[in-house]
Design a protein around this ligand. Sequence first.
Ligand code: ATP
Ligand code: MG
Ligand code: MG
Ligand code: MG
Length: 469
Amino acid sequence: MTSTNDIRRSFLDYFASNYHAEIASAPLVPFSDPTLMFVNAGMVPFKNAFTGLETPPAPRATSSQKCVRAGGKHNDLDNVGYTARHHTFFEMLGNFSFGDYFKEQAIHHAWTLLTKEWGLDANRLTATVYHTDDEAFDLWKKIAGLPEERIIRIPTKDNFWAMGSDGPCGPCSEIFYDHGEHIWGGPPGSPEEDGDRFVEIWNLVFMQFQQEADEIVADLPKPSIDTGMGIERIAAVMQGVHDNYDTDTFKALIGASESLTGVKAEGAQQASHRVIADHLRSTSFLLADGVLPSNEGRGYVLRRIMRRAMRHAHLLGASEPLMHRLVPALVTEMGQAYPELVRGQALIQEVLEREETQFRRTLQNGLKLLDEATADMGEGGTLPGETAFKLYDTYGFPYDLTEDALRNRGIGVDKDGFDEAMAQQKAAARAAWKGSGEAASEEIWFDIAEREGSTEFTGYSSTTGEAAV
Ligand code: ATP
Ligand code: MG
Ligand code: MG
Ligand code: MG
Protein backbone atom coordinates (compact mmCIF):
# COMPACT_ATOMS: atom_id res chain seq x y z
CA MET A 1 0.00 0.00 0.00
CA THR A 2 1.22 3.45 -0.88
CA SER A 3 1.00 5.68 2.18
CA THR A 4 -0.37 9.20 2.01
CA ASN A 5 3.08 10.48 2.93
CA ASP A 6 4.57 8.56 -0.01
CA ILE A 7 1.93 9.92 -2.37
CA ARG A 8 2.73 13.50 -1.38
CA ARG A 9 6.44 12.88 -1.91
CA SER A 10 5.88 11.14 -5.20
CA PHE A 11 3.68 13.96 -6.55
CA LEU A 12 6.21 16.65 -5.64
CA ASP A 13 9.11 14.58 -6.97
CA TYR A 14 7.34 13.98 -10.27
CA PHE A 15 6.88 17.69 -10.86
CA ALA A 16 10.32 18.61 -9.49
CA SER A 17 11.84 16.22 -12.00
CA ASN A 18 9.87 18.12 -14.63
CA TYR A 19 11.51 21.42 -13.65
CA HIS A 20 8.95 22.68 -11.14
CA ALA A 21 10.23 24.51 -8.05
CA GLU A 22 8.96 22.84 -4.89
CA ILE A 23 7.31 25.46 -2.69
CA ALA A 24 6.39 24.74 0.94
CA SER A 25 2.76 25.09 1.97
CA ALA A 26 1.80 28.61 2.98
CA PRO A 27 0.10 29.08 6.37
CA LEU A 28 -3.69 28.65 6.50
CA VAL A 29 -4.20 32.32 7.31
CA PRO A 30 -3.76 34.16 4.02
CA PHE A 31 -1.18 36.89 4.42
CA SER A 32 -1.93 38.85 1.30
CA ASP A 33 -5.68 38.45 0.96
CA PRO A 34 -7.96 40.06 3.54
CA THR A 35 -11.08 38.95 1.64
CA LEU A 36 -10.37 35.32 2.38
CA MET A 37 -11.06 33.52 5.66
CA PHE A 38 -8.58 30.68 5.16
CA VAL A 39 -6.45 29.43 2.31
CA ASN A 40 -8.81 27.12 0.45
CA ALA A 41 -6.84 26.16 -2.65
CA GLY A 42 -3.27 25.61 -3.74
CA MET A 43 -3.24 28.68 -5.95
CA VAL A 44 -4.13 31.16 -3.21
CA PRO A 45 -0.52 31.94 -2.21
CA PHE A 46 0.25 32.51 -5.91
CA LYS A 47 -2.67 34.83 -6.70
CA ASN A 48 -0.47 37.88 -7.18
CA ALA A 49 1.92 35.93 -9.33
CA PHE A 50 -0.95 35.01 -11.65
CA THR A 51 -2.18 38.59 -11.96
CA GLY A 52 1.32 39.94 -12.54
CA LEU A 53 1.43 41.97 -9.30
CA GLU A 54 4.30 39.85 -8.04
CA THR A 55 7.12 38.01 -9.71
CA PRO A 56 6.44 34.26 -9.63
CA PRO A 57 8.88 32.19 -7.55
CA ALA A 58 9.85 30.30 -10.72
CA PRO A 59 8.26 29.73 -14.12
CA ARG A 60 6.86 26.42 -12.81
CA ALA A 61 6.03 25.46 -9.25
CA THR A 62 4.58 22.56 -7.29
CA SER A 63 3.23 22.37 -3.75
CA SER A 64 1.14 20.49 -1.27
CA GLN A 65 -0.98 23.23 0.23
CA LYS A 66 -2.91 23.06 3.50
CA CYS A 67 -6.52 24.06 2.87
CA VAL A 68 -9.54 24.72 5.07
CA ARG A 69 -13.06 24.93 3.67
CA ALA A 70 -15.27 25.71 6.61
CA GLY A 71 -16.79 29.06 5.78
CA GLY A 72 -17.29 31.53 2.95
CA LYS A 73 -17.88 30.45 -0.61
CA HIS A 74 -16.45 26.98 -0.13
CA ASN A 75 -17.99 25.57 3.01
CA ASP A 76 -17.75 21.83 3.35
CA LEU A 77 -18.32 21.70 7.11
CA ASP A 78 -21.77 20.18 6.86
CA ASN A 79 -20.55 17.48 4.48
CA VAL A 80 -18.01 16.10 6.90
CA GLY A 81 -18.79 12.67 8.26
CA TYR A 82 -21.61 12.30 5.74
CA THR A 83 -19.85 12.17 2.36
CA ALA A 84 -16.89 9.95 1.49
CA ARG A 85 -14.87 12.79 0.06
CA HIS A 86 -15.17 16.05 2.01
CA HIS A 87 -13.04 17.37 4.84
CA THR A 88 -12.79 20.72 6.55
CA PHE A 89 -9.01 20.41 6.34
CA PHE A 90 -7.33 18.77 3.37
CA GLU A 91 -4.15 18.99 1.39
CA MET A 92 -4.24 20.16 -2.19
CA LEU A 93 -1.46 18.88 -4.42
CA GLY A 94 -0.79 21.26 -7.27
CA ASN A 95 1.36 22.14 -10.22
CA PHE A 96 1.50 25.67 -11.56
CA SER A 97 2.77 27.33 -14.70
CA PHE A 98 3.17 31.09 -14.64
CA GLY A 99 3.01 31.90 -18.32
CA ASP A 100 5.20 28.89 -19.07
CA TYR A 101 3.52 25.69 -20.34
CA PHE A 102 -0.19 25.50 -21.08
CA LYS A 103 -3.01 23.02 -21.79
CA GLU A 104 -1.11 20.36 -23.68
CA GLN A 105 1.59 19.88 -21.05
CA ALA A 106 -0.84 20.20 -18.16
CA ILE A 107 -2.93 17.35 -19.54
CA HIS A 108 0.17 15.38 -20.47
CA HIS A 109 1.58 15.64 -16.92
CA ALA A 110 -1.70 14.78 -15.21
CA TRP A 111 -2.25 11.76 -17.42
CA THR A 112 1.36 10.55 -17.20
CA LEU A 113 1.45 10.82 -13.41
CA LEU A 114 -1.90 9.09 -12.88
CA THR A 115 -1.62 6.27 -15.36
CA LYS A 116 2.11 5.73 -15.93
CA GLU A 117 3.83 6.71 -12.68
CA TRP A 118 1.03 5.61 -10.39
CA GLY A 119 -0.47 2.96 -12.64
CA LEU A 120 -4.15 3.89 -12.26
CA ASP A 121 -6.50 1.99 -14.55
CA ALA A 122 -7.17 4.35 -17.47
CA ASN A 123 -10.57 2.78 -18.01
CA ARG A 124 -11.76 4.19 -14.71
CA LEU A 125 -10.88 7.78 -15.58
CA THR A 126 -13.24 10.32 -17.10
CA ALA A 127 -12.44 13.92 -17.97
CA THR A 128 -14.74 16.90 -18.19
CA VAL A 129 -14.08 20.01 -20.27
CA TYR A 130 -15.89 23.33 -20.56
CA HIS A 131 -18.45 22.91 -23.32
CA THR A 132 -16.77 25.33 -25.72
CA ASP A 133 -13.22 24.15 -25.07
CA ASP A 134 -12.61 22.08 -28.21
CA GLU A 135 -8.88 22.38 -27.69
CA ALA A 136 -9.00 20.54 -24.35
CA PHE A 137 -11.44 17.99 -25.78
CA ASP A 138 -9.04 17.18 -28.62
CA LEU A 139 -6.04 17.03 -26.30
CA TRP A 140 -7.74 14.47 -24.03
CA LYS A 141 -8.37 12.38 -27.14
CA LYS A 142 -4.85 12.75 -28.45
CA ILE A 143 -2.81 12.49 -25.24
CA ALA A 144 -4.91 10.12 -23.15
CA GLY A 145 -6.66 8.28 -25.94
CA LEU A 146 -9.93 8.71 -24.05
CA PRO A 147 -12.99 7.71 -26.07
CA GLU A 148 -15.27 10.66 -26.82
CA GLU A 149 -17.99 9.48 -24.44
CA ARG A 150 -15.55 9.79 -21.56
CA ILE A 151 -14.70 13.42 -22.35
CA ILE A 152 -17.76 15.18 -21.08
CA ARG A 153 -18.62 18.73 -22.08
CA ILE A 154 -20.01 20.67 -19.12
CA PRO A 155 -21.75 23.99 -19.79
CA THR A 156 -21.89 25.25 -16.20
CA LYS A 157 -19.67 27.46 -14.05
CA ASP A 158 -18.29 24.28 -12.48
CA ASN A 159 -15.98 24.15 -15.47
CA PHE A 160 -15.21 27.82 -15.82
CA TRP A 161 -13.02 29.53 -13.29
CA ALA A 162 -12.56 33.24 -12.62
CA MET A 163 -10.53 34.99 -9.93
CA GLY A 164 -13.27 37.57 -9.47
CA SER A 165 -15.28 39.80 -11.75
CA ASP A 166 -11.98 41.32 -12.92
CA GLY A 167 -8.83 39.36 -13.60
CA PRO A 168 -7.66 36.14 -15.17
CA CYS A 169 -10.20 33.42 -15.95
CA GLY A 170 -10.61 30.39 -18.12
CA PRO A 171 -12.08 26.94 -18.65
CA CYS A 172 -11.20 23.98 -16.48
CA SER A 173 -11.02 20.28 -16.91
CA GLU A 174 -11.75 17.89 -14.06
CA ILE A 175 -10.63 14.29 -13.76
CA PHE A 176 -13.02 11.80 -12.15
CA TYR A 177 -12.31 8.31 -10.88
CA ASP A 178 -14.97 5.61 -11.19
CA HIS A 179 -15.04 3.61 -7.95
CA GLY A 180 -17.25 0.97 -9.52
CA GLU A 181 -20.78 -0.15 -10.16
CA HIS A 182 -21.38 -1.27 -6.60
CA ILE A 183 -21.56 2.37 -5.54
CA TRP A 184 -24.52 4.50 -6.47
CA GLY A 185 -23.85 7.44 -8.78
CA GLY A 186 -23.28 8.47 -12.37
CA PRO A 187 -20.67 10.34 -14.43
CA PRO A 188 -20.45 14.13 -14.23
CA GLY A 189 -23.28 15.82 -16.08
CA SER A 190 -25.60 12.85 -15.63
CA PRO A 191 -28.69 12.90 -13.39
CA GLU A 192 -26.92 10.65 -10.86
CA GLU A 193 -23.75 12.74 -10.65
CA ASP A 194 -24.31 13.57 -6.98
CA GLY A 195 -23.73 9.96 -6.05
CA ASP A 196 -20.38 8.79 -4.75
CA ARG A 197 -19.42 6.46 -7.57
CA PHE A 198 -17.54 9.00 -9.69
CA VAL A 199 -15.28 11.08 -7.48
CA GLU A 200 -13.58 14.23 -8.71
CA ILE A 201 -9.90 13.86 -8.00
CA TRP A 202 -8.11 16.58 -9.92
CA ASN A 203 -9.04 19.96 -11.34
CA LEU A 204 -6.94 21.54 -14.10
CA VAL A 205 -7.54 25.25 -14.60
CA PHE A 206 -6.51 26.85 -17.87
CA MET A 207 -6.15 30.59 -17.27
CA GLN A 208 -6.35 32.09 -20.70
CA PHE A 209 -8.62 35.13 -20.72
CA GLN A 210 -8.79 38.50 -19.03
CA GLN A 211 -12.14 39.48 -17.55
CA GLU A 212 -13.57 42.91 -16.75
CA ALA A 213 -16.94 43.28 -15.05
CA ASP A 214 -17.64 39.61 -15.72
CA GLU A 215 -17.04 39.97 -19.46
CA ILE A 216 -14.13 38.41 -21.29
CA VAL A 217 -12.25 41.33 -22.83
CA ALA A 218 -8.97 39.83 -24.02
CA ASP A 219 -6.72 36.80 -24.30
CA LEU A 220 -4.04 36.69 -21.64
CA PRO A 221 -0.67 37.38 -23.28
CA LYS A 222 0.80 34.49 -21.29
CA PRO A 223 -1.74 31.81 -20.43
CA SER A 224 -1.12 29.98 -17.16
CA ILE A 225 -1.91 26.72 -15.40
CA ASP A 226 -3.25 26.04 -11.94
CA THR A 227 -4.16 22.55 -10.83
CA GLY A 228 -5.42 21.02 -7.61
CA MET A 229 -5.80 17.44 -6.45
CA GLY A 230 -7.04 16.44 -3.01
CA ILE A 231 -4.44 14.11 -1.51
CA GLU A 232 -7.04 12.27 0.58
CA ARG A 233 -9.09 11.42 -2.51
CA ILE A 234 -6.14 10.16 -4.54
CA ALA A 235 -4.96 8.22 -1.46
CA ALA A 236 -8.34 6.47 -1.33
CA VAL A 237 -7.98 5.51 -4.99
CA MET A 238 -4.39 4.31 -4.63
CA GLN A 239 -5.11 2.42 -1.43
CA GLY A 240 -8.04 0.63 -3.05
CA VAL A 241 -10.74 2.04 -0.79
CA HIS A 242 -13.73 4.13 -1.71
CA ASP A 243 -13.91 6.32 1.30
CA ASN A 244 -11.30 8.93 2.29
CA TYR A 245 -11.94 7.97 5.89
CA ASP A 246 -10.63 4.46 5.17
CA THR A 247 -7.17 5.71 4.12
CA ASP A 248 -4.09 5.24 6.29
CA THR A 249 -4.09 8.70 7.89
CA PHE A 250 -7.72 8.57 8.90
CA LYS A 251 -7.56 4.95 10.00
CA ALA A 252 -4.78 5.90 12.41
CA LEU A 253 -6.72 8.86 13.81
CA ILE A 254 -9.98 6.94 14.09
CA GLY A 255 -8.11 4.04 15.67
CA ALA A 256 -6.81 6.42 18.32
CA SER A 257 -10.27 7.75 19.14
CA GLU A 258 -11.66 4.19 19.20
CA SER A 259 -9.10 3.10 21.73
CA LEU A 260 -9.44 6.22 23.90
CA THR A 261 -13.25 6.07 23.97
CA GLY A 262 -13.60 2.29 23.82
CA VAL A 263 -16.28 2.75 21.14
CA LYS A 264 -15.94 1.14 17.69
CA ALA A 265 -16.42 3.26 14.60
CA GLU A 266 -19.50 1.35 13.47
CA GLY A 267 -23.15 2.08 12.89
CA ALA A 268 -24.35 5.35 14.34
CA GLN A 269 -20.97 5.99 15.96
CA GLN A 270 -19.08 5.99 12.69
CA ALA A 271 -19.99 9.56 11.77
CA SER A 272 -18.91 10.80 15.22
CA HIS A 273 -15.48 9.23 14.88
CA ARG A 274 -15.11 10.68 11.40
CA VAL A 275 -16.13 14.15 12.48
CA ILE A 276 -13.69 13.97 15.38
CA ALA A 277 -10.81 12.85 13.12
CA ASP A 278 -11.56 15.53 10.55
CA HIS A 279 -12.01 18.31 13.08
CA LEU A 280 -8.87 17.24 14.94
CA ARG A 281 -6.92 17.98 11.79
CA SER A 282 -8.50 21.34 11.02
CA THR A 283 -8.34 22.62 14.59
CA SER A 284 -4.77 21.46 15.17
CA PHE A 285 -3.51 22.94 11.92
CA LEU A 286 -5.31 26.23 12.53
CA LEU A 287 -3.83 26.44 16.04
CA ALA A 288 -0.38 25.62 14.65
CA ASP A 289 -0.78 28.55 12.25
CA GLY A 290 -1.60 30.96 15.05
CA VAL A 291 -5.41 31.05 15.10
CA LEU A 292 -6.87 30.97 18.62
CA PRO A 293 -10.48 30.31 19.59
CA SER A 294 -12.51 33.47 20.10
CA ASN A 295 -15.98 34.87 19.56
CA GLU A 296 -15.30 36.57 16.29
CA GLY A 297 -13.76 36.16 12.90
CA ARG A 298 -11.41 33.29 12.21
CA GLY A 299 -11.23 32.42 15.88
CA TYR A 300 -14.97 31.79 15.95
CA VAL A 301 -14.80 29.46 12.97
CA LEU A 302 -12.12 27.55 14.88
CA ARG A 303 -14.25 27.48 18.02
CA ARG A 304 -17.28 26.26 16.05
CA ILE A 305 -15.28 23.39 14.60
CA MET A 306 -13.83 22.49 18.00
CA ARG A 307 -17.17 22.47 19.75
CA ARG A 308 -18.77 20.34 17.07
CA ALA A 309 -16.06 17.75 17.59
CA MET A 310 -16.47 18.00 21.35
CA ARG A 311 -20.19 17.27 21.13
CA HIS A 312 -19.37 14.17 19.12
CA ALA A 313 -16.81 13.13 21.75
CA HIS A 314 -19.57 13.53 24.32
CA LEU A 315 -21.89 11.42 22.13
CA LEU A 316 -19.29 8.66 22.21
CA GLY A 317 -19.50 8.77 25.98
CA ALA A 318 -16.14 10.43 26.64
CA SER A 319 -16.23 11.39 30.30
CA GLU A 320 -13.21 13.65 30.03
CA PRO A 321 -11.77 15.99 27.42
CA LEU A 322 -10.75 13.87 24.45
CA MET A 323 -9.45 16.04 21.62
CA HIS A 324 -6.08 16.96 23.12
CA ARG A 325 -5.30 13.29 23.72
CA LEU A 326 -5.61 12.61 20.00
CA VAL A 327 -2.97 15.15 19.00
CA PRO A 328 -0.01 12.75 19.40
CA ALA A 329 -1.55 10.42 16.79
CA LEU A 330 -1.90 13.35 14.40
CA VAL A 331 1.68 14.42 14.99
CA THR A 332 2.84 10.87 14.27
CA GLU A 333 0.94 10.83 10.97
CA MET A 334 1.62 14.32 9.69
CA GLY A 335 4.37 15.89 11.79
CA GLN A 336 7.13 15.00 9.40
CA ALA A 337 5.50 16.68 6.43
CA TYR A 338 4.31 19.62 8.54
CA PRO A 339 6.88 20.40 11.27
CA GLU A 340 4.72 23.27 12.54
CA LEU A 341 2.58 20.55 14.14
CA VAL A 342 5.56 19.30 16.12
CA ARG A 343 6.56 22.81 17.11
CA GLY A 344 3.03 23.67 18.13
CA GLN A 345 2.10 20.37 19.78
CA ALA A 346 2.21 21.59 23.39
CA LEU A 347 0.19 24.70 22.61
CA ILE A 348 -2.35 22.78 20.53
CA GLN A 349 -2.92 20.28 23.31
CA GLU A 350 -3.21 22.98 25.95
CA VAL A 351 -5.74 25.04 24.02
CA LEU A 352 -7.84 22.03 23.07
CA GLU A 353 -7.94 20.79 26.65
CA ARG A 354 -8.86 24.21 28.00
CA GLU A 355 -11.63 24.68 25.45
CA GLU A 356 -13.07 21.24 26.01
CA THR A 357 -13.00 21.58 29.79
CA GLN A 358 -14.79 24.90 29.48
CA PHE A 359 -17.37 23.73 26.95
CA ARG A 360 -18.17 20.56 28.85
CA ARG A 361 -19.46 22.72 31.69
CA THR A 362 -22.42 23.89 29.63
CA LEU A 363 -22.65 21.14 27.04
CA GLN A 364 -24.64 18.70 29.16
CA ASN A 365 -27.23 21.28 30.20
CA GLY A 366 -27.52 22.61 26.69
CA LEU A 367 -28.16 19.13 25.33
CA LYS A 368 -30.78 18.59 28.01
CA LEU A 369 -32.56 21.74 26.95
CA LEU A 370 -32.33 20.65 23.34
CA ASP A 371 -33.80 17.23 24.19
CA GLU A 372 -36.69 18.78 26.07
CA ALA A 373 -37.41 21.30 23.33
CA THR A 374 -37.58 18.55 20.69
CA ALA A 375 -39.11 15.75 22.76
CA ASP A 376 -42.41 15.89 20.86
CA MET A 377 -40.87 16.40 17.46
CA GLY A 378 -40.56 13.84 14.73
CA GLU A 379 -38.86 13.96 11.38
CA GLY A 380 -39.58 17.21 9.58
CA GLY A 381 -39.89 19.18 12.82
CA THR A 382 -38.34 22.61 13.31
CA LEU A 383 -36.62 23.89 16.42
CA PRO A 384 -37.75 27.45 17.17
CA GLY A 385 -35.08 30.07 16.44
CA GLU A 386 -35.39 31.43 19.96
CA THR A 387 -34.36 28.10 21.44
CA ALA A 388 -31.39 27.88 19.11
CA PHE A 389 -30.47 31.38 20.19
CA LYS A 390 -30.73 30.49 23.86
CA LEU A 391 -28.45 27.54 23.24
CA TYR A 392 -26.01 29.89 21.56
CA ASP A 393 -26.21 32.65 24.11
CA THR A 394 -26.42 30.72 27.35
CA TYR A 395 -24.78 27.40 26.59
CA GLY A 396 -22.22 28.39 23.97
CA PHE A 397 -23.71 26.23 21.19
CA PRO A 398 -22.69 27.62 17.82
CA TYR A 399 -25.70 27.66 15.49
CA ASP A 400 -24.33 24.95 13.22
CA LEU A 401 -23.67 22.67 16.20
CA THR A 402 -27.36 22.75 17.04
CA GLU A 403 -28.18 21.98 13.43
CA ASP A 404 -25.70 19.10 13.43
CA ALA A 405 -27.14 17.76 16.68
CA LEU A 406 -30.64 17.51 15.18
CA ARG A 407 -29.63 16.30 11.76
CA ASN A 408 -29.89 12.58 12.54
CA ARG A 409 -33.46 13.00 13.62
CA GLY A 410 -34.42 14.97 10.52
CA ILE A 411 -35.24 18.06 12.57
CA GLY A 412 -34.36 21.49 11.20
CA VAL A 413 -33.74 24.85 12.87
CA ASP A 414 -35.57 28.09 12.21
CA LYS A 415 -32.64 30.16 10.99
CA ASP A 416 -34.65 33.35 10.46
CA GLY A 417 -35.94 33.13 14.02
CA PHE A 418 -32.39 32.65 15.27
CA ASP A 419 -31.14 35.67 13.31
CA GLU A 420 -34.04 37.73 14.59
CA ALA A 421 -33.34 36.82 18.21
CA MET A 422 -29.71 37.72 17.64
CA ALA A 423 -30.67 41.08 16.11
CA GLN A 424 -33.02 41.78 19.00
CA GLN A 425 -30.33 41.10 21.53
CA LYS A 426 -28.00 43.45 19.71
CA ALA A 427 -30.63 46.18 19.62
CA ALA A 428 -31.25 45.69 23.33
CA ALA A 429 -27.53 45.89 24.03
CA ARG A 430 -27.37 49.06 22.05
CA ALA A 431 -30.27 50.61 23.93
CA ALA A 432 -28.67 49.63 27.20
CA TRP A 433 -25.44 51.31 26.21
CA LYS A 434 -27.27 54.46 25.20
CA GLY A 435 -29.13 54.49 28.44
CA SER A 436 -25.93 54.27 30.39
CA GLY A 437 -25.36 57.93 29.71
CA GLU A 438 -21.76 57.36 28.75
CA ALA A 439 -19.90 59.72 26.52
CA ALA A 440 -20.24 59.88 22.78
CA SER A 441 -17.57 57.26 22.20
CA GLU A 442 -20.09 54.45 22.37
CA GLU A 443 -22.31 56.17 19.87
CA ILE A 444 -19.38 56.37 17.57
CA TRP A 445 -18.55 52.74 18.19
CA PHE A 446 -22.06 51.64 17.32
CA ASP A 447 -22.05 53.80 14.22
CA ILE A 448 -18.84 52.24 13.07
CA ALA A 449 -20.09 48.78 13.92
CA GLU A 450 -23.24 49.40 11.93
CA ARG A 451 -21.40 50.78 8.94
CA GLU A 452 -18.49 48.37 8.88
CA GLY A 453 -20.28 45.36 10.22
CA SER A 454 -20.20 44.26 13.81
CA THR A 455 -17.10 42.50 15.01
CA GLU A 456 -19.35 39.88 16.50
CA PHE A 457 -19.71 36.72 14.51
CA THR A 458 -22.76 36.88 12.30
CA GLY A 459 -21.91 34.39 9.58
CA TYR A 460 -19.68 34.52 6.57
CA SER A 461 -22.09 34.40 3.72
CA SER A 462 -20.80 37.75 2.53
CA THR A 463 -17.18 36.71 2.52
CA THR A 464 -16.20 35.97 -1.04
CA GLY A 465 -13.32 33.62 -0.84
CA GLU A 466 -12.30 33.31 -4.42
CA ALA A 467 -10.04 30.42 -5.13
CA ALA A 468 -9.05 28.92 -8.38
CA VAL A 469 -9.77 25.29 -7.89
P1 ATP B 1 -16.34 18.79 -5.03
O1 ATP B 1 -17.13 19.08 -6.28
O2 ATP B 1 -16.09 17.33 -4.82
O3 ATP B 1 -16.86 19.49 -3.82
P2 ATP B 1 -14.62 20.94 -5.80
O4 ATP B 1 -14.94 21.05 -7.25
O5 ATP B 1 -15.30 21.87 -4.86
O6 ATP B 1 -14.85 19.41 -5.29
P3 ATP B 1 -12.05 22.10 -6.32
O7 ATP B 1 -12.37 23.45 -5.82
O8 ATP B 1 -12.00 21.87 -7.78
O9 ATP B 1 -13.04 21.04 -5.60
O10 ATP B 1 -10.67 21.63 -5.64
C1 ATP B 1 -9.67 20.84 -6.30
C2 ATP B 1 -9.57 19.46 -5.68
O11 ATP B 1 -9.45 19.52 -4.26
C3 ATP B 1 -10.80 18.59 -5.91
O12 ATP B 1 -10.73 17.99 -7.17
C4 ATP B 1 -10.67 17.58 -4.77
O13 ATP B 1 -9.77 16.55 -5.10
C5 ATP B 1 -10.09 18.41 -3.65
N1 ATP B 1 -11.11 18.88 -2.69
C6 ATP B 1 -11.96 19.93 -2.83
N2 ATP B 1 -12.72 20.12 -1.73
C7 ATP B 1 -12.35 19.15 -0.85
C8 ATP B 1 -12.74 18.83 0.47
N3 ATP B 1 -13.67 19.52 1.13
N4 ATP B 1 -12.15 17.77 1.08
C9 ATP B 1 -11.19 17.05 0.43
N5 ATP B 1 -10.76 17.31 -0.82
C10 ATP B 1 -11.32 18.36 -1.46
MG1 MG C 1 -16.80 21.53 -3.46
MG1 MG D 1 -16.49 19.85 -8.21
MG1 MG E 1 -13.52 21.05 -8.91
